[in-house]
Design a protein around this ligand. Structure first.
Ligand SMILES: Nc1ncnc2c1ncn2[C@@H]1O[C@H](COP(=O)(O)OP(=O)(O)OP(=O)(O)O)[C@@H](O)[C@H]1O
Length: 546
């Protein structure tokens, strides 16, 4: 790792910054320093204040009076986004805000402005060359004429970073990356790290927000941990173990968080004593060619596969959210007929979607209203809503998942991203499903809440629910699955159980699938995947994750 550049003052000094929302102190006297050429991890549980701090830096929130932010030693005018931009602060949010139907060059022009000819028309050629030049600066080329919706997630992330770098001349500046790997499959994370390291070597510092603990030691030089809006620790990453960092993040909670990897549990191969909860033969849907699965009550089946393998379409296909057919689709309640949302729901097959996108949650509704939205009939009495009953159920889920703030009446929009995710998972578990498909259940969720969600999945399974977890985060699969199915190009290519459920074996099975199509695959990706599967950092199975 390149040592941080020294000799100049800090690129960023946050001093005594506080932010109070009505009824909520989100930041309390926060100090944070980033030196030039340094990757600084900003860590903290869901709701600890990371996004609020970033929004203060971006000029989106005005902090309480009293504190200051210095950029390269000079005070920054707070609450003015254009001033933050002028002073070299750049932000890449999780939602990259790229427009799918537009090309890469058009997206760049849309945000950083059009290039005009002398007669005032748009100069498309210059816009394309400018985009190529921005890409060159991070040493990666993406087809500037490709539509963003056709790009891989990693290329989209890279376009987002390249766009943010506009106007930063060569040396200096601070790039704030908010959970940039949350939407990336494991084998593509290395490419993003290479871009960040390359920028660091060229003097662009980085404030890096992540919940993935394995990334912290791999990528960052220094760190700050926020807990409940306060800085609890900062320092050089190399001076602390992963467990120590987790301890800072979770505080007293840490000691309560333990879990047994699911791989250690016995596999039932889909046929438990009570018979299968779901049998599907030759499921076909967009990106799913032929998928067969039998899952028993109480079993947790994990589905792994790189982006585009079909993994992400299994949930929508099984619940009829996308058009799907199968030679056989049978639950414990009998054969299903057409695979439609209504039929699958009647059979108790539900899906917890991976994104908190439109339709999955209503931001202006309270936590309680969101939690009970899919089960309103249960709380209706003679046409009236049993509000106390609704609230009791919500309170119990809020406590079980540790939703913060622990206030079931709070409008969802005031919750942090990870806490919204917990409410979303709870909403579907509250429907008492017999089969639940969870896509990326811990995306954006902190290390403590991830463990809580893993425990909850195991708990739900122990109550006889068949669980199918599709995830790009191998830790999810290792923590909960009794069997892991690996997919490639819409078909199952491997099934792992027992002791095979560990990172190395899953990655090799995924790489085996990739290997089989190596003639058309990107060999760099494959090499990267293999390289990562050999790195001991990624395979530290002795250490408990939480
Ligand atoms: N606009 C707002 N109004 C009221 N409270 C808010 C607002 N924005 C954030 N909060 C509260 O401030 C606290 C910090 O939230 P923040 O979004 O900064 O957390 P975070 O660390 O980014 O969490 P996550 O990892 O889940 O994204 C939370 O309790 C949140 O509910």
């Amino acid at each position: 790792m390149t040592p941080p550049v020294t000799g100049r003052g800090p690129v960023l000094s946050v001093r005594d910054i506080s932010k109070t929302f009505p009824g909520q102190r989100a930041l309390s006297s926060v100090d944070l320093t980033v030196q030039p050429g340094e990757v600084h991890a900003l860590l903290g549980h869901n709701g600890s204040g990371k996004s609020t701090l970033i929004k203060v830096l971006a000029g989106f929130h005005v902090p309480d009076a009293g504190g200051e932010v210095l950029v390269n030693g000079e005070p920054l005018e707070l609450g003015a986004p254009s001033r933050s931009h002028e002073r070299g602060l750049r932000f890449v949010h999780q939602d990259l805000a790229l427009l799918g139907p537009m090309t890469v060059a058009e997206n760049m022009a849309f945000t950083i402005g059009h290039v005009r000819t002398r007669v005032g028309t748009i100069d498309r050629d210059s816009e394309r060359s400018r985009t190529t030049a921005l890409m060159d600066r991070i040493g990666i080329q993406v087809d500037v004429d490709a539509k963003v919706e056709d790009l891989d997630p990693i290329d989209r992330a890279i376009v987002g970073i390249a766009r943010a770098l506009d106007g930063l001349d060569g040396n200096g500046g601070l790039l704030v990356l908010d959970e940039p790997t949350a939407a990336l499959p494991p084998h593509e994370v290395g490419r993003l790290f290479a871009v960040v390291r390359d920028l660091r070597d060229r003097g662009v510092s980085c404030l890096y927000v992540t919940h993935r603990m394995d990334e912290v030691h791999e990528l960052t030089d220094t760190f700050t941990v926020l807990r409940d809006g306060e800085v609890v620790q900062s320092g050089r990453t190399a001076d602390y173990s992963g467990d120590e960092l987790i301890g800072f993040i979770l505080g007293a909670q840490a000691r309560q968080q333990t879990r047994t990897p699911g791989g250690a549990r016995e596999s039932t191969d889909g046929e438990g004593r009570a018979g299968a909860a779901l049998v599907v033969e030759n499921l076909r849907a967009a990106r799913v060619e032929r998928f067969s699965l039998s899952v028993a009550p109480g079993e947790v089946v994990g589905i792994a596969g790189v982006m585009g393998s079909g993994r992400e379409f299994i949930g929508p296909a099984l619940t009829g959210a996308v058009s799907a057919t199968a030679d056989r689709y049978q639950t414990s309640r009998g054969p299903i007929g057409a695979i439609s949302p209504r039929n699958t729901r009647r059979h108790g097959v539900v899906m917890v979607p991976g994104t908190r996108g439109p339709g999955s949650m209503i931001e202006s509704f309270s936590v309680t209203e969101n939690l009970t939205f899919a089960t309103l009939d249960r709380y209706s009495r003679l046409g009236w809503l049993d509000r106390p009953g609704e609230r009791r159920a919500a309170t119990s889920w809020v406590q079980r998942f540790g939703v913060r703030p622990a206030d079931p009446d709070r409008a969802l929009r005031y919750l942090s991203g990870g806490n919204k995710q917990k409410v979303l998972v709870a909403k579907w578990l509250n429907t008492d499903p017999s089969v639940v498909v969870m896509d990326e259940p811990t995306a954006g969720v902190d290390v403590g809440a991830s463990a809580a969600i893993h425990d909850m999945i195991v708990d739900v399974a122990a109550q006889g629910v068949a669980c199918i977890v599709t995830s790009s985060d191998l830790d999810d699969l290792i923590a909960v699955a009794t069997r892991v199915i690996v997919m490639d190009r819409g078909v199952v290519t491997a099934t792992l159980s027992g002791e095979q459920i560990e990172k190395n074996s899953i990655l090799s099975a995924m790489s085996g699938a990739t290997d089989a199509r190596a003639d058309r695959a990107d060999r760099a990706d494959l090499a990267d995947l293999m390289e990562r599967s050999r790195q001991p950092d990624h395979l530290d199975l002795e250490e408990p994750h939480v």
